[in-house]
Design a protein around this ligand. Structure first.
Ligand code: FMN
Length: 362
Protein backbone atom coordinates (compact mmCIF):
# COMPACT_ATOMS: atom_id res chain seq x y z
CA UNK A 1 0.00 0.00 0.00
CA UNK A 2 1.49 3.31 -1.11
CA UNK A 3 -0.08 5.10 1.86
CA UNK A 4 1.39 2.90 4.58
CA UNK A 5 5.04 3.71 4.98
CA UNK A 6 7.54 4.31 7.77
CA UNK A 7 6.61 7.99 7.50
CA UNK A 8 2.88 7.42 8.09
CA UNK A 9 3.79 5.02 10.89
CA UNK A 10 6.14 7.43 12.67
CA UNK A 11 3.72 10.33 12.41
CA UNK A 12 0.50 8.31 12.62
CA UNK A 13 -0.90 9.66 9.37
CA UNK A 14 -3.48 8.31 6.93
CA UNK A 15 -1.56 9.74 3.99
CA UNK A 16 2.20 10.17 3.48
CA UNK A 17 1.63 13.77 2.44
CA UNK A 18 3.08 16.71 4.38
CA UNK A 19 2.12 20.34 3.87
CA UNK A 20 5.48 22.12 3.80
CA UNK A 21 6.16 24.85 6.35
CA UNK A 22 6.29 28.48 5.20
CA UNK A 23 8.52 30.69 7.32
CA UNK A 24 8.22 34.46 7.59
CA UNK A 25 4.43 34.85 7.38
CA UNK A 26 2.60 32.63 4.87
CA UNK A 27 1.97 29.73 7.29
CA UNK A 28 -1.37 29.61 9.06
CA UNK A 29 -2.90 27.55 11.83
CA UNK A 30 -5.99 27.10 9.66
CA UNK A 31 -3.96 25.56 6.82
CA UNK A 32 -1.84 23.29 9.01
CA UNK A 33 -4.87 22.08 10.99
CA UNK A 34 -6.92 21.48 7.82
CA UNK A 35 -4.21 19.23 6.39
CA UNK A 36 -3.62 17.37 9.67
CA UNK A 37 -7.35 16.83 10.21
CA UNK A 38 -7.74 15.48 6.68
CA UNK A 39 -5.10 12.76 7.11
CA UNK A 40 -1.87 14.44 6.00
CA UNK A 41 0.49 16.44 8.20
CA UNK A 42 0.31 20.22 8.41
CA UNK A 43 3.41 22.27 9.23
CA UNK A 44 4.00 25.80 10.46
CA UNK A 45 7.15 27.81 9.67
CA UNK A 46 8.17 29.51 12.91
CA UNK A 47 11.79 30.53 12.34
CA UNK A 48 11.02 34.20 13.03
CA UNK A 49 8.97 33.46 16.18
CA UNK A 50 9.98 34.34 19.71
CA UNK A 51 10.05 31.53 22.32
CA UNK A 52 6.68 32.68 23.72
CA UNK A 53 5.15 32.76 20.24
CA UNK A 54 6.35 29.19 19.66
CA UNK A 55 4.68 27.97 22.86
CA UNK A 56 1.47 29.79 21.95
CA UNK A 57 1.61 28.39 18.42
CA UNK A 58 1.87 24.80 19.64
CA UNK A 59 -1.05 25.35 22.05
CA UNK A 60 -3.15 26.91 19.26
CA UNK A 61 -2.37 24.05 16.86
CA UNK A 62 -3.19 21.50 19.56
CA UNK A 63 -6.55 23.19 20.04
CA UNK A 64 -7.30 22.80 16.32
CA UNK A 65 -6.12 19.25 15.66
CA UNK A 66 -5.59 16.03 17.57
CA UNK A 67 -3.33 14.75 14.83
CA UNK A 68 0.37 15.21 14.09
CA UNK A 69 1.68 18.59 13.01
CA UNK A 70 5.20 19.96 12.62
CA UNK A 71 6.75 23.17 13.88
CA UNK A 72 9.64 24.29 11.67
CA UNK A 73 12.77 26.23 12.62
CA UNK A 74 15.91 27.29 10.79
CA UNK A 75 19.26 26.16 12.18
CA UNK A 76 21.11 29.43 12.76
CA UNK A 77 23.44 30.86 10.28
CA UNK A 78 26.73 31.83 11.91
CA UNK A 79 27.63 35.10 10.23
CA UNK A 80 31.40 35.17 10.01
CA UNK A 81 33.30 38.45 10.09
CA UNK A 82 33.11 38.71 6.29
CA UNK A 83 29.37 38.28 5.98
CA UNK A 84 28.42 40.42 9.02
CA UNK A 85 27.22 43.58 7.35
CA UNK A 86 29.36 46.66 8.09
CA UNK A 87 28.01 50.19 8.39
CA UNK A 88 29.42 51.13 5.01
CA UNK A 89 27.87 48.03 3.37
CA UNK A 90 24.61 48.95 5.09
CA UNK A 91 24.75 52.46 3.57
CA UNK A 92 25.43 51.02 0.09
CA UNK A 93 22.58 48.53 0.47
CA UNK A 94 20.14 51.22 1.63
CA UNK A 95 21.26 53.44 -1.26
CA UNK A 96 20.41 50.63 -3.69
CA UNK A 97 17.03 50.05 -2.04
CA UNK A 98 16.04 53.72 -1.51
CA UNK A 99 14.27 54.14 -4.90
CA UNK A 100 12.14 51.08 -4.07
CA UNK A 101 11.40 52.26 -0.51
CA UNK A 102 10.33 55.58 -2.05
CA UNK A 103 8.00 53.92 -4.54
CA UNK A 104 6.04 52.13 -1.82
CA UNK A 105 6.42 54.72 0.95
CA UNK A 106 8.67 52.50 3.11
CA UNK A 107 11.38 53.64 5.52
CA UNK A 108 14.81 51.97 5.67
CA UNK A 109 15.49 50.04 8.88
CA UNK A 110 18.27 51.31 11.13
CA UNK A 111 21.68 49.61 11.10
CA UNK A 112 21.22 48.35 14.66
CA UNK A 113 17.89 46.71 13.84
CA UNK A 114 19.60 44.30 11.41
CA UNK A 115 20.97 42.34 14.38
CA UNK A 116 17.74 41.19 15.98
CA UNK A 117 17.42 37.52 14.97
CA UNK A 118 15.72 35.21 17.44
CA UNK A 119 18.02 33.09 19.59
CA UNK A 120 17.85 29.53 18.27
CA UNK A 121 18.77 28.14 21.70
CA UNK A 122 15.78 29.89 23.26
CA UNK A 123 13.52 28.83 20.39
CA UNK A 124 14.59 25.22 20.94
CA UNK A 125 14.00 25.48 24.69
CA UNK A 126 10.45 26.69 23.99
CA UNK A 127 9.89 23.99 21.38
CA UNK A 128 11.05 21.25 23.74
CA UNK A 129 8.82 22.59 26.47
CA UNK A 130 5.80 22.77 24.16
CA UNK A 131 6.69 19.36 22.64
CA UNK A 132 4.82 19.42 19.31
CA UNK A 133 4.31 16.00 17.65
CA UNK A 134 7.01 16.84 15.06
CA UNK A 135 9.93 19.25 14.67
CA UNK A 136 11.15 19.94 11.15
CA UNK A 137 14.24 22.01 10.43
CA UNK A 138 16.41 23.26 7.60
CA UNK A 139 19.94 24.60 7.04
CA UNK A 140 21.80 22.10 9.16
CA UNK A 141 21.83 19.37 11.78
CA UNK A 142 20.76 20.17 15.36
CA UNK A 143 23.20 19.37 18.18
CA UNK A 144 23.10 15.77 19.49
CA UNK A 145 21.58 16.93 22.80
CA UNK A 146 18.69 18.60 20.94
CA UNK A 147 17.95 15.44 18.97
CA UNK A 148 18.22 13.39 22.16
CA UNK A 149 15.79 15.72 23.94
CA UNK A 150 13.35 15.36 21.03
CA UNK A 151 13.54 11.56 21.25
CA UNK A 152 12.94 11.69 25.01
CA UNK A 153 9.79 13.75 24.40
CA UNK A 154 8.60 11.62 21.43
CA UNK A 155 8.98 14.57 19.05
CA UNK A 156 9.54 13.16 15.55
CA UNK A 157 12.38 15.00 13.78
CA UNK A 158 12.45 15.85 10.07
CA UNK A 159 15.60 17.39 8.55
CA UNK A 160 16.04 18.76 5.04
CA UNK A 161 18.82 17.74 2.64
CA UNK A 162 19.56 19.09 -0.83
CA UNK A 163 22.36 16.65 -1.66
CA UNK A 164 23.54 13.18 -0.65
CA UNK A 165 26.19 14.45 1.81
CA UNK A 166 23.60 16.44 3.75
CA UNK A 167 21.25 13.43 3.81
CA UNK A 168 24.04 11.22 5.19
CA UNK A 169 24.91 13.86 7.84
CA UNK A 170 21.26 13.93 8.99
CA UNK A 171 21.03 10.13 8.92
CA UNK A 172 24.24 9.69 10.91
CA UNK A 173 22.94 12.14 13.51
CA UNK A 174 19.83 9.99 13.99
CA UNK A 175 17.23 12.34 12.45
CA UNK A 176 13.98 10.37 12.07
CA UNK A 177 12.89 11.46 8.56
CA UNK A 178 14.90 13.08 5.78
CA UNK A 179 13.15 15.66 3.61
CA UNK A 180 15.16 15.47 0.40
CA UNK A 181 14.57 18.75 -1.38
CA UNK A 182 15.26 19.00 -5.09
CA UNK A 183 16.11 22.15 -6.99
CA UNK A 184 12.49 22.36 -8.21
CA UNK A 185 11.30 23.45 -4.77
CA UNK A 186 9.80 26.84 -4.01
CA UNK A 187 11.31 29.06 -1.31
CA UNK A 188 14.83 28.90 0.09
CA UNK A 189 17.42 26.41 -1.09
CA UNK A 190 18.17 24.85 2.26
CA UNK A 191 21.70 23.65 1.49
CA UNK A 192 24.23 23.61 4.34
CA UNK A 193 27.25 21.58 3.21
CA UNK A 194 27.55 22.64 -0.42
CA UNK A 195 26.65 25.65 -2.51
CA UNK A 196 22.90 25.80 -3.30
CA UNK A 197 23.73 25.83 -7.02
CA UNK A 198 25.08 22.28 -6.74
CA UNK A 199 21.87 20.66 -5.54
CA UNK A 200 20.28 18.41 -8.14
CA UNK A 201 16.68 18.03 -9.20
CA UNK A 202 14.67 15.24 -7.59
CA UNK A 203 15.07 12.70 -10.40
CA UNK A 204 18.80 12.58 -9.58
CA UNK A 205 18.66 13.44 -5.88
CA UNK A 206 16.07 11.01 -4.54
CA UNK A 207 17.33 7.67 -5.92
CA UNK A 208 20.81 8.52 -4.60
CA UNK A 209 19.55 9.63 -1.19
CA UNK A 210 17.26 6.64 -0.66
CA UNK A 211 20.19 4.38 -1.54
CA UNK A 212 22.52 6.16 0.90
CA UNK A 213 20.45 6.50 4.08
CA UNK A 214 18.59 4.25 6.51
CA UNK A 215 15.96 6.79 7.54
CA UNK A 216 12.76 7.11 5.49
CA UNK A 217 12.88 9.83 2.86
CA UNK A 218 10.23 12.42 2.03
CA UNK A 219 10.47 14.22 -1.32
CA UNK A 220 10.03 18.00 -1.46
CA UNK A 221 10.02 20.04 -4.65
CA UNK A 222 7.75 20.06 -7.66
CA UNK A 223 5.08 17.70 -6.29
CA UNK A 224 1.65 18.89 -7.36
CA UNK A 225 -0.26 15.77 -8.44
CA UNK A 226 -0.37 11.97 -8.36
CA UNK A 227 2.29 11.64 -11.03
CA UNK A 228 4.78 13.40 -8.77
CA UNK A 229 3.84 11.23 -5.79
CA UNK A 230 4.14 7.99 -7.78
CA UNK A 231 7.53 9.12 -9.11
CA UNK A 232 8.64 9.83 -5.53
CA UNK A 233 7.57 6.33 -4.47
CA UNK A 234 9.36 4.76 -7.44
CA UNK A 235 12.55 6.56 -6.46
CA UNK A 236 12.32 4.88 -3.07
CA UNK A 237 10.74 7.68 -1.02
CA UNK A 238 8.08 7.04 1.62
CA UNK A 239 6.30 10.37 1.53
CA UNK A 240 6.11 13.79 -0.08
CA UNK A 241 6.16 17.37 1.14
CA UNK A 242 4.07 19.78 -0.92
CA UNK A 243 4.68 23.52 -0.64
CA UNK A 244 3.55 25.75 -3.50
CA UNK A 245 0.21 23.97 -4.11
CA UNK A 246 -0.81 24.43 -0.43
CA UNK A 247 0.56 27.98 -0.37
CA UNK A 248 -1.91 28.90 -3.12
CA UNK A 249 -4.88 27.62 -1.08
CA UNK A 250 -7.35 30.00 0.59
CA UNK A 251 -6.26 28.88 4.08
CA UNK A 252 -2.64 30.01 3.69
CA UNK A 253 -1.47 33.43 4.82
CA UNK A 254 0.25 34.24 1.51
CA UNK A 255 -0.83 37.57 0.06
CA UNK A 256 -3.54 37.73 -2.61
CA UNK A 257 -0.91 38.91 -5.12
CA UNK A 258 1.34 35.94 -4.30
CA UNK A 259 -1.51 33.44 -4.77
CA UNK A 260 -2.57 35.16 -8.00
CA UNK A 261 1.01 35.03 -9.33
CA UNK A 262 1.18 31.26 -8.62
CA UNK A 263 -2.06 30.81 -10.60
CA UNK A 264 -0.92 32.98 -13.51
CA UNK A 265 1.25 32.30 -16.55
CA UNK A 266 4.02 34.20 -14.73
CA UNK A 267 4.50 31.06 -12.64
CA UNK A 268 6.26 29.42 -15.60
CA UNK A 269 9.18 31.71 -14.91
CA UNK A 270 10.81 31.04 -11.57
CA UNK A 271 14.45 31.56 -10.72
CA UNK A 272 16.87 31.48 -7.80
CA UNK A 273 17.56 34.84 -6.22
CA UNK A 274 19.25 36.41 -3.17
CA UNK A 275 17.42 39.68 -3.79
CA UNK A 276 14.89 39.41 -0.97
CA UNK A 277 16.66 37.62 1.87
CA UNK A 278 20.35 37.32 1.07
CA UNK A 279 19.97 33.55 0.67
CA UNK A 280 19.16 31.74 -2.55
CA UNK A 281 15.46 31.08 -2.91
CA UNK A 282 13.19 30.13 -5.82
CA UNK A 283 10.53 32.63 -6.74
CA UNK A 284 8.50 33.98 -9.63
CA UNK A 285 10.31 36.74 -11.50
CA UNK A 286 9.17 40.27 -10.78
CA UNK A 287 10.57 43.76 -11.20
CA UNK A 288 12.61 43.87 -7.98
CA UNK A 289 14.08 40.40 -8.51
CA UNK A 290 15.15 41.26 -12.08
CA UNK A 291 16.54 44.67 -11.06
CA UNK A 292 18.71 43.03 -8.38
CA UNK A 293 20.15 40.39 -10.72
CA UNK A 294 23.29 42.41 -11.55
CA UNK A 295 23.96 42.70 -7.78
CA UNK A 296 23.21 39.06 -6.82
CA UNK A 297 26.69 38.29 -5.51
CA UNK A 298 27.26 41.60 -3.70
CA UNK A 299 23.98 41.83 -1.75
CA UNK A 300 24.29 41.55 2.05
CA UNK A 301 24.00 38.04 3.49
CA UNK A 302 21.00 36.61 5.33
CA UNK A 303 19.55 37.83 7.67
CA UNK A 304 20.64 41.38 6.84
CA UNK A 305 19.17 41.58 3.33
CA UNK A 306 16.00 39.98 4.72
CA UNK A 307 15.65 42.74 7.34
CA UNK A 308 16.58 45.41 4.75
CA UNK A 309 13.83 44.35 2.33
CA UNK A 310 11.22 43.72 5.05
CA UNK A 311 9.76 47.28 5.00
CA UNK A 312 9.63 47.12 1.20
CA UNK A 313 7.85 43.76 1.16
CA UNK A 314 5.43 44.79 3.89
CA UNK A 315 4.51 48.10 2.24
CA UNK A 316 4.15 46.34 -1.13
CA UNK A 317 1.82 43.76 0.42
CA UNK A 318 -0.28 46.55 1.95
CA UNK A 319 -0.48 48.34 -1.39
CA UNK A 320 -1.15 45.10 -3.33
CA UNK A 321 2.00 45.44 -5.46
CA UNK A 322 3.39 42.07 -6.54
CA UNK A 323 6.58 43.54 -8.00
CA UNK A 324 8.18 44.19 -4.60
CA UNK A 325 7.09 41.04 -2.75
CA UNK A 326 8.96 37.74 -2.62
CA UNK A 327 6.76 35.48 -4.78
CA UNK A 328 8.28 32.16 -3.68
CA UNK A 329 7.07 29.27 -5.85
CA UNK A 330 8.34 25.93 -7.10
CA UNK A 331 8.86 24.91 -10.70
CA UNK A 332 5.58 23.01 -10.84
CA UNK A 333 3.47 26.03 -9.85
CA UNK A 334 1.75 25.93 -13.28
CA UNK A 335 0.10 22.63 -12.22
CA UNK A 336 -1.59 24.24 -9.20
CA UNK A 337 -5.38 24.34 -9.47
CA UNK A 338 -7.03 23.81 -6.06
CA UNK A 339 -8.12 26.53 -3.66
CA UNK A 340 -9.13 24.49 -0.60
CA UNK A 341 -6.49 22.58 1.36
CA UNK A 342 -8.72 19.57 2.07
CA UNK A 343 -9.75 19.31 -1.58
CA UNK A 344 -6.10 19.50 -2.62
CA UNK A 345 -5.12 16.76 -0.17
CA UNK A 346 -7.98 14.50 -1.34
CA UNK A 347 -7.07 15.18 -4.95
CA UNK A 348 -3.42 14.27 -4.34
CA UNK A 349 -4.49 10.95 -2.76
CA UNK A 350 -7.04 10.12 -5.47
CA UNK A 351 -4.73 11.14 -8.29
CA UNK A 352 -2.04 8.87 -6.85
CA UNK A 353 -4.52 5.95 -6.93
CA UNK A 354 -5.48 6.84 -10.53
CA UNK A 355 -1.86 7.07 -11.62
CA UNK A 356 -0.99 3.73 -10.00
CA UNK A 357 -3.99 2.08 -11.70
CA UNK A 358 -2.91 3.55 -15.03
CA UNK A 359 0.60 2.18 -14.59
CA UNK A 360 -0.79 -1.29 -13.83
CA UNK A 361 -2.70 -1.28 -17.11
CA UNK A 362 0.37 -0.46 -19.22
C1 FMN B 1 6.79 30.78 0.68
C2 FMN B 1 7.59 29.59 1.10
C3 FMN B 1 8.19 29.59 2.35
C4 FMN B 1 8.90 28.46 2.79
N1 FMN B 1 9.45 28.48 4.04
C5 FMN B 1 10.03 27.36 4.53
C6 FMN B 1 10.53 27.31 5.86
O1 FMN B 1 10.49 28.29 6.61
N2 FMN B 1 11.07 26.14 6.29
C7 FMN B 1 11.14 25.01 5.49
O2 FMN B 1 11.59 23.96 5.94
N3 FMN B 1 10.70 25.05 4.21
C8 FMN B 1 10.14 26.19 3.72
N4 FMN B 1 9.67 26.20 2.44
C9 FMN B 1 9.74 24.97 1.62
C10 FMN B 1 8.42 24.21 1.66
O3 FMN B 1 8.07 23.83 2.95
C11 FMN B 1 8.47 22.96 0.75
O4 FMN B 1 9.48 22.08 1.14
C12 FMN B 1 8.68 23.35 -0.70
O5 FMN B 1 7.85 24.43 -1.03
C13 FMN B 1 8.37 22.15 -1.59
O6 FMN B 1 8.51 22.47 -2.94
P1 FMN B 1 7.28 22.94 -3.88
O7 FMN B 1 7.07 24.39 -3.53
O8 FMN B 1 7.78 22.77 -5.26
O9 FMN B 1 6.08 22.11 -3.54
C14 FMN B 1 9.00 27.34 1.95
C15 FMN B 1 8.43 27.35 0.68
C16 FMN B 1 7.73 28.45 0.24
C17 FMN B 1 7.11 28.42 -1.12
Amino acid sequence: MWNQTRVTQALQLKLPIIQGPFGGGPSSIKLAAAVSNAGGMGSFGAYSFSPDQIKELVADLRAETKHSFAVNLWIPYQPDSESRVTESQYRDAVGRLQPYYDRVGAVAPTYGSLFRSQSFEQQIEALLEAAPPAFSFVFGVPAPEVLRACRERSIVTLGAATNVDEAIALDDAGVDIIVATGSEAGGHRVSFLHHPDESPANSALIPQVTQAVKAPVVVAGGIADGRGIVAALMWGAEGVQVGTAFLACDESNATAEHKAAIRSDRARHTTLTRAFSGRYARGIKNEFLLDMQPHETSLPAFPYQNFLTQPLRQAAAKAGLSDFQSLWAGQNAPLVSHTKATELLNYLAQDTERTLAKLKSL
